[in-house]
Ligand binder design. Structure first.
Ligand code: PFF
Length: 448
């Protein structure tokens, strides 16, 4: 008998813990900033509602039905449906995606840890915009410091994964997640008081269709997968621990809503600071590290809030990173002679090494380009824009074309109307949207 979550909130908190992470606080604002603001936000919201929510339900449903890690789970479901074992490939794709994502995720989580230390030392007091920018540039230019923090973060992640005990972390999550929301609201309050909130809202929400480019649409779609942890089996693993009677639709709805709300609040807050200080919204991956120190440096008790903020973001990144490696580690443990510790060491060591290349691509290797992008940019694009949407597409196709309808319906337990809606979206809308975006990017369709 597999162990299960103690109640539906435990599942919601754990899955939200995986979903809420650097994707919301670091990546969403900088991507919105570089991809035309409102155009990106609009497409992102559409993708979350039309693809993200139904796919979250689908992935949880597959996991709960399979009761196994993604590779063996897909093998089991394919056998149950009398289909080919090739569907196992979804699981392998997910394992690879998780490893590649964590190789850059850990480097950026390291930045968060480093900034937490600086904050605690009172380093942001009275900081001006140009100082904040210089400080971040100098930080990125120092590979030794980046290496130190990347190593610390990988160690923290693998220490939890090696023990296989997430219960302590789960309990901590219950305090940390609401804590993060409260600090975000305090920051939002600061932005309302002294930031340029009007320009921020305009930038994020006033429709401007001129900046919707094929690349922006693809990034927005990819990001909706990334931020919801979809398409790589992380949600499937968590769904496999979900008890039978819990409503998948309702739990998925809460998770998607929480994740989206946090991203939007972070975005509005950060752009209000950007515009009030005459900064550039398109600053790229350094955006939050160049803007938030200014805000913290000016507000009362800024040192305390800044420290808390970076600690909480690091924590959110931690709960996400665990779900990124869990598919790989659980698959190794269940299919090889490796013990959990050895599996964690092997997977963690591989990711740590890949991370070296990523952190060097911000300084010593910044001139090395693969198809015009640095190693960091290339890994980010490959996973977010290709691997996750592809994994999600295959899961959707499997659920509605291969799996028996009665089985899907048994898990989802939706009323007729809602079931038909889910079926329609998962069968036609989501796959068509993903395929169109892919084709369009490849230049085969002249859409936008
Ligand atoms: N959703 C996480 C974030 O937004 O930071 C990143 C992530 C975690 C992606 C787990 C994929 C995943 F399986």
């Amino acid at each position: 008998m597999r162990s299960h979550w103690s109640n539906r909130w435990a599942f919601i908190m754990a899955t939200a813990g995986s979903a809420v992470g650097l994707g919301n606080i670091w990546k969403f604002p900088y991507m919105a900033g570089t991809s035309g603001g409102s155009a990106f936000v609009l497409v992102y919201l559409l993708c979350v509602a039309l693809i993200g929510l139904p796919l979250m339900m689908t992935e949880v449903m597959l996991g709960r039905r399979a009761q196994k890690n993604p590779v063996d789970g897909m093998a089991h479901l394919a056998a149950e449906a009398g289909a080919t074992q090739v569907w196992k490939g979804i699981g392998y794709l997910g394992i690879a995606a998780g490893i590649l994502i964590l190789s850059f995720y850990s480097v950026v989580a390291g930045w968060v840890l480093a900034y937490g230390m600086r904050a605690a030392a009172g380093g942001f007091a009275g900081m001006a915009a140009d100082q904040a920018q210089q400080q971040f540039a100098a930080f990125l230019g120092n590979p030794v410091e980046l290496l130190l923090w990347h190593s610390v973060f990988m160690f923290l992640t693998m220490a939890v994964v090696a023990r296989g005990v997430t219960s302590g972390l789960e309990r901590a999550n219950r305090i940390m997640m609401p804590g993060l929301m409260i600090i975000l609201l305090i920051l939002l309050g600061y932005s309302l008081a002294v930031g340029d909130i009007r320009r921020s809202l305009e930038f994020m929400f006033r429709p401007d269709f001129s900046s919707i480019t094929p690349a922006a649409v693809l990034s927005a779609m990819g990001h909706s997968f990334f931020t919801l942890s979809l398409g790589m089996g992380a949600v499937m693993v968590y769904g496999s621990y979900l008890q039978r009677h819990v409503s998948i639709a309702r739990a998925s709805f809460y998770i998607v809503l929480t994740d989206t709300a946090i991203a939007l609040v972070a975005g509005v807050t950060i752009f209000a600071i950007v515009f009030a200080n005459g900064m550039e919204p398109a600053a790229g991956p350094g955006l939050i590290f160049q803007t938030l120190p200014i805000a913290f440096g000016q507000m009362p008790a800024g040192t305390l809030f800044a420290t808390l903020f970076f600690v909480l973001v690091a924590f959110a990144a931690w709960t996400s990173s665990i779900s990124l490696v869990e598919p790989a580690v659980s698959w190794l443990v269940e299919n090889t002679r490796f013990r959990r510790r050895q599996a964690a060491l092997l997977v963690g060591g591989t990711i740590w090494l890949l991370g070296l290349a990523v952190l060097l691509s911000f300084n010593v290797w910044s001139e090395i380009k693969l198809f015009g992008l640095t190693i960091f940019e290339q890994l980010d694009k490959l996973t977010t824009n290709v691997m996750l949407p592809l994994g999600g597409l295959l899961m959707a196709l499997f659920a509605v074309w291969v799996m028996r309808a009665a089985h899907a319906q048994e898990e989802l337990a939706l009323n007729d109307r809602h079931y038909r809606r889910w079926l329609f979206v998962t069968r036609y809308v989501a796959p068509a949207a993903i395929v169109l975006v892919f084709l369009n990017l490849a230049g085969w369709l002249p859409f936008v």
